[in-house]
Design a protein around this ligand. Structure first.
Ligand code: 5GP
Ligand code: ZN
Length: 151
């Protein structure tokens, strides 16, 4: 399965250049062209899937194993102090490329990057419980095919 207008499909097919780091039968790892921190790597399935909820569990298993391999290689080769793994779905979440991918980002105590992560709070325990109940109901909801949030 490929999408004609998808840049990551083109990279997977070798039709667009990329700084490839690792590949196996199902997955590919290559450098992000716009690194948050140098060494920032993307891990994709060779077949086109998007978003997370439309990606088969076995493909996700293949992806996370490659993410781990990249993280191990990063630790050995870059001597980084930490690693972020990130995955976005939908414009509201900052997704730009609609072919599922995991960002694997080497982090250093001195890299200067900040996620600007500002923790909020629930107004009271009841509001938090109500949110848990709403989300829990989602587990029982009938499965549906999730279409990409972006064109
Ligand atoms: P998203 O925001 O969709 O999670 O991340 C997409 C990522 O793909 C961005 O970090 C962006 O820098 C990267 N990217 C976009 N186009 C290309 C490309 O043509 N080649 C490579 N190597 N990375 C790309
Ligand atoms: Zn694709």
């Amino acid at each position: 399965m490929t999408k004609n207008d998808c840049i990551f499909c083109k990279i997977a097919e070798g039709k667009l250049p990329a700084s490839k780091l690792f590949e196996d039968a199902h997955t590919l790892a290559f450098l992000d062209i716009g690194p948050i921190v140098k060494g920032h790597t993307l891990v994709i399935p060779k077949r086109h899937f998007d978003p997370l909820t439309a990606t088969p569990p076995e493909v996700l298993q293949q992806l996370i194993v490659t993410v781990r391999r990249v993280a191990e290689a990063m630790t050995r080769s870059l001597n980084c102090d930490g690693i972020n793994v990130m995955q976005s779905n939908g414009l509201a979440a900052g997704q730009v490329v609609t072919h599922i991918h995991f960002h694997v980002i080497p982090r250093y105590a001195t890299d200067g990057h900040s996620w600007n992560w500002k923790a909020k709070s629930y107004a009271n325990p009841g509001e938090m419980q109500a949110m848990a109940a709403t989300l829990t109901a989602g587990f029982a909801a009938p499965p549906r095919i999730q279409k990409s949030w972006l064109p």
